[in-house]
Design a protein around this ligand. Structure first.
Ligand SMILES: Cc1cc2nc3c(=O)[nH]c(=O)nc-3n(C[C@H](O)[C@H](O)[C@H](O)COP(=O)(O)OP(=O)(O)OC[C@H]3O[C@@H](n4cnc5c(N)ncnc54)[C@H](O)[C@@H]3O)c2cc1C
Length: 493
């Protein structure tokens, strides 16, 4: 963000888009017919949120299994018009932004304006694995206790339950049809050496948090849930939903608009200035003026959108394949009978589930950069990893694959906070790839805070500012080394 006098701020007209994210000297104006110019830019340079000025303008949902099965898209409010005045502007139309909008409009009578660069749910919210879990990043109960001590860890764990309950409530109250089923979650030991830690975690959850987790032996997992070569016992968490993530996004879009929120697609915020107490957000057609701004852009956040987020986020790719439906023989051969959502105990974990139409959805880390040619190799790699887990699926082929940017932070924790020097700028960012439940809950917490309500039971470590990464622009180099190291550890530990 720059002051009003900054050369980065341009008063925009419908024919141009100011591109933020570049230094003043590098600043560019993409002229005339902004949509096609921006699209061309991204065709030349693979999109990387670490460097890109915006995630695009008005792009369609990726060709995922979810997009193919979501049905018709509900109505929205069209691109933002030349002049909008609002009490609250929300940047980002995923679960966080739409949930914040829904709760502000429904419970506080505030009619916010959501600005989404592409389509509502276009980011992670419309393309994730559809596991709504009790998760605070990747933290285990043992790690929470080690980090914060028992009392705070217990409250933090309680918040993960509140998050999942928020998803349940929003689905029920909004009548959202998103194929949600109470599934449970199995964290599977992919090597026998990883089973003891899962057993200890089950014990800790029972004793310290009085939560009915259980440890299943290898025999129990293989007989009751899933066979294969990498099922050496599992931690079972009975509370988790399996759902259709894009239908959920579109459902929250509907409920937010029905409550009085306005949602503008194809409206990337390309510049941000402050005039007195008023925020002025530049969009392709004009500007949005707001007293309060909520940043809900997660892994797609342009680094220079606001100083509070600059150099604080580390977006990394996660990739998903969906196979053709399994045959009855293949299901029998692998004993893939569970409807639980499944993850393994790897650092670079795999996540998978049997879909209602008997396809397998299998996800794992993506490439370092979003290079179109290389993504084909990542699809093949994931398929080979699935087959390694489940011999018996040798003939299975892939019908869909896609990827998206999840958001890491320096302390590997989500942060739900405000700009340190400006309490009219709020954010919830950094779900570490486990944000279905937490982002919807964070949206609710943000709404409470924006409306001036006290947030009950805040988790202190999350209500802190985001920390900056040193040498942020070199993170992709470090990521390569990290991936090699984690892969080695995952296959040897
Ligand atoms: C492949 C994949 C699988 C995943 N699987 C799971 C899972 O099974 N379970 C789970 O818990 N989590 C999962 N996640 C993570 C989860 O989907 C996210 O944590 C969650 O959806 C984040 O929601 P959000 O609203 O904060 O961000 P997003 O849904 O990413 O939305 C951010 C939006 O901001 C918009 N935006 C960015 N910049 C601007 C701008 N300048 N102006 C306007 N708009 C802008 C983007 O276009 C985007 O639509 C997965 C993620 C991926 C990528």
């Amino acid at each position: 963000m720059k002051s009003a006098a900054s050369p980065l701020h341009k008063v925009l007209n419908p024919d141009c888009v100011a591109v933020v994210g570049a230094s003043d000297e590098q600043e560019r104006l993409v002229s005339v017919n902004s949509v096609s110019s921006v699209a061309k830019h991204f065709m030349i340079t693979p999109y990387d949120p670490l460097f890109a000025p915006t995630p695009g303008t008005g792009l369609d949902h990726p060709a995922s299994y979810w997009a193919a099965t979501a049905g018709p898209l509900p109505a929205d409010d069209g691109p933002a018009p030349p002049r909008v005045d609002t009490e609250v502007a929300i940047i980002g139309g995923g679960y966080t932004g739409l949930s914040c909008a829904h709760h502000l409009a429904r419970h506080y009578g505030i009619k916010p304006v959501v600005l989404e660069a592409n389509r509502p749910g276009w980011g992670c919210s419309g393309r994730n694995g559809g596991f709504a879990r009790m998760a605070l990043g990747r933290l285990t109960a043992a790690q929470m206790i080690e980090l914060w001590g028992r009392d705070i860890a217990k409250r933090a764990f309680g918040e993960t339950m509140n998050s999942l309950n928020t998803v349940r409530d929003m689905i029920r109250e909004g009548g959202i049809e998103c194929d949600a089923s109470e599934a449970g979650h199995l964290r599977i030991a992919h090597r026998a050496s990883r089973a003891p830690e899962l057993k200890a975690e089950a014990g800790l959850l029972q004793c310290e948090f009085e939560y009915p987790a259980e440890f299943l032996s290898a025999e129990e997992v293989q007989a009751r849930h899933i066979g294969g070569t990498q099922s050496h016992g599992a931690l079972r968490i009975p509370d988790a939903l399996a759902l259709h993530p894009l239908k959920l996004s579109l459902g929250v879009l509907r409920t937010a608009r029905a409550a009085g929120a306005t949602v503008h697609p194809a409206s990337p915020v390309t510049g941000w200035t402050k005039r007195g107490a008023e925020h002025v957000l530049a969009t392709p057609c004009g500007e949005v003026r707001a007293k309060t701004v909520v940043l809900a852009t997660n892994g797609y956040t342009p680094q220079h959108l606001h100083p509070a987020v600059r150099a604080t986020l580390f977006p990394v790719l996660s990739h998903i394949i969906v196979t053709r439906p399994l045959t009855a023989d293949e299901i029998r051969g692998t004993n893939f009978v569970t409807r639980h959502v499944l993850t393994d105990a790897r650092k670079l974990l795999y996540y998978w589930r049997r879909l209602p139409d008997d396809r397998v959805m299998f996800g794992g880390r993506g490439l370092i950069t979003d290079a179109p040619g290389m993504n084909v190799r990542q699809r093949d790699y994931l398929l080979s990893e699935l087959k390694a887990k489940l011999p018996g699926l040798e003939n299975v082929t892939v019908d869909y694959d896609w990827h998206g940017w999840v958001c890491l932070t320096r302390d590997f924790l989500p942060h739900i906070y405000h700009a340190q020097d400006d309490r009219s700028v709020h954010y919830a960012l950094g779900y570490q790839g486990s944000g279905v439940s937490l982002s919807l809950y964070a949206g609710k917490l943000l709404a409470r805070r924006v409306a001036g309500d006290r947030i009950e039971n805040p988790i202190p470590p999350l209500a802190t500012p985001l920390a900056r990464f040193p040498l942020h622009r070199l993170l992709r180099v470090a990521q390569r080394t990290m991936y090699h190291w984690y892969k080695f550890r995952d296959n040897t530990d």
